[in-house]
Design a protein around this ligand. Structure first.
Ligand code: ADP
Length: 419
């Protein structure tokens, strides 16, 4: 081969290599490698093999006219040229395949094709052999040269990266499928368990509430404990079910005009006993106007309930909890402010994550599953609102959410600035 021819071939290899790295789809990529290998080594055909198991190789890519015949052919690792190359991680040249003991005749039989000469190189990625690239039957019965070897090795190194990528993509896909299967199982479990728990719990609550009224005062405190704890269980189940509904896209917002004043008054009223018991002052200021948002009152209540519950939980006796609403341009802003234990700065960014708790679960003094705030967040965001927290450890916390004002309600034109 003249120097000019050599340069032309290498230029062609370079050009093809550039295009190959831009090629995205797997099958066309493999076919391009085969045709380039055939063209640049002056061969009749080329093929790519990969390990099927420790004893056999299978064809990963062959020319289209051999595809059907070679689909199921298993190439033995111990008695084939490709097997030798795969196991030794080294290239091999077989000038006369018919006379070679190494040559595996099965593929020729399947394709009715006669192999004369073979040049095979390993496809190696970071020391691991992934497969073998073979060029077959150099034209005019010629011998494969060092240049042919260089060409195949260059192509094999590109194949190595692509095969590794493909393996990773497949692995990611598989992991995603496994994860979504597990997620479905988890969701089904939660749906069934929360449904099954709710029914007996409702009965316990109903009967205990009835008994509390019916029996003498001396036993009332025991029934109070039963009712309180059953309520607590109900809250936990509701929070888990709410979160799961949102995740499965089952939750929807029934849009009605909701009075924020009413939501605040009702939520605060439901906590007054608990606040008194804990010697915490719970005050509200729902604002002067009756602020209306378009949304689902029960979902806004859930968000506020979880914030007030936390404020009471994380505030010491003698402390204060204050719930206020005000109108800001385009939005209603609701704040739950306490002078409780506060949240360390390092945790503040994560408290809205599911199951996140500042105190470790094993050492914590307070109940809860770390779901309250994440539920509040999804409830607010379902309404097109936002929620955030400011806090100083040892001084207290301020949880704020904003919800878009009901469009029927006159609103200031300017845009709100969000922190
Ligand atoms: P939990 O139901 O376990 O309280 P949340 O999601 O409601 O879970 O809250 C997550 C964590 O954020 C709590 O465990 C607590 O450490 C912290 N936190 C929430 N609200 C307050 C608050 N008002 N004051 C201090 N810490 C709070």
């Amino acid at each position: 081969m003249t120097t000019n021819e050599r340069i032309q071939r290498l230029e062609r290899l370079l050009e093809v290599s550039r295009n190959l790295s831009a090629s995205l789809d797997w099958e066309p990529f493999l076919q391009t490698v085969l045709s380039v290998a055939t063209e640049l080594t002056g061969s009749e055909v080329a093929s790519i093999l990969e390990a099927a198991d420790k004893d056999t190789l299978r064809f990963l890519a062959v020319p289209w006219f051999h595809r059907e015949a070679l689909q199921t052919v298993q190439v033995p690792m111990d008695s084939s040229v490709a097997g030798w190359v795969f196991q030794n991680g080294k290239p091999a040249v077989v000038p006369n395949a018919q006379k070679s003991e190494r040559h595996f005749k099965g593929a020729d039989q399947a394709t009715q094709y006669q192999t004369h000469s073979i040049l095979a190189v390993p496809i190696i990625y970071r020391g691991e052999t992934l497969g073998v690239l073979e060029a077959v039957n150099k034209a005019n019965q010629a011998h494969y040269t060092e240049d042919d070897l260089t060409i195949l090795e260059t192509l094999a190194s590109q194949l190595a990266v692509a095969m590794q990528n493909n393996r990773l993509v497949n692995r990611v896909r598989q992991v995603q499928e496994e994860a979504s299967h597990l997620d479905r199982m988890k969701s089904d479990f939660i749906a069934v368990a929360s449904h099954e728990l709710r029914t007996p719990l409702g009965l316990i609550l109903g009967h205990a509430t009835f008994l509390r009224e019916a029996i003498q005062a001396e036993h009332r405190s025991q029934l109070d404990i039963i009712v309180r704890n059953a309520m607590r269980l109900k809250e936990i189940i509701d929070n888990i079910a709410n979160m799961d509904n949102v995740e499965r896209g089952m939750a929807s917002v029934r849009r009605r005009s909701v009075s924020i004043r009413r939501v605040i008054e009702e939520v605060a009223a439901s906590f007054q006993d608990e606040a008194k018991e804990k010697r915490i002052s719970l005050r509200i200021d729902p604002g002067q106007d009756d602020l209306l948002v378009e949304g689902d009152a029960s979902k806004i209540s859930i968000a506020l309930t979880n914030l007030v519950k936390n404020a009471l939980t994380f505030t010491n006796p003698g402390g204060h909890v204050f719930v206020a609403a005000e109108r800001i341009p385009g939005y209603v802003k609701v704040s739950v402010i306490d002078d409780g234990i506060g949240i360390p700065a390092k945790d503040l960014g994560r408290i809205f994550e599911r199951f996140y708790q500042v105190e470790s679960h094993l050492t914590r003094r307070h109940g809860g599953m770390g779901l309250g705030l994440s539920v509040a967040k999804v409830m607010v965001e379902m309404h097109g609102g936002r929620i955030w927290a400011e806090s100083v450890e040892g001084k207290g916390s301020n949880f704020t959410f904003i919800l878009p004002l009901d469009s029927g309600q006159p609103s200031a034109a300017s845009r709100v600035f969000l922190p």
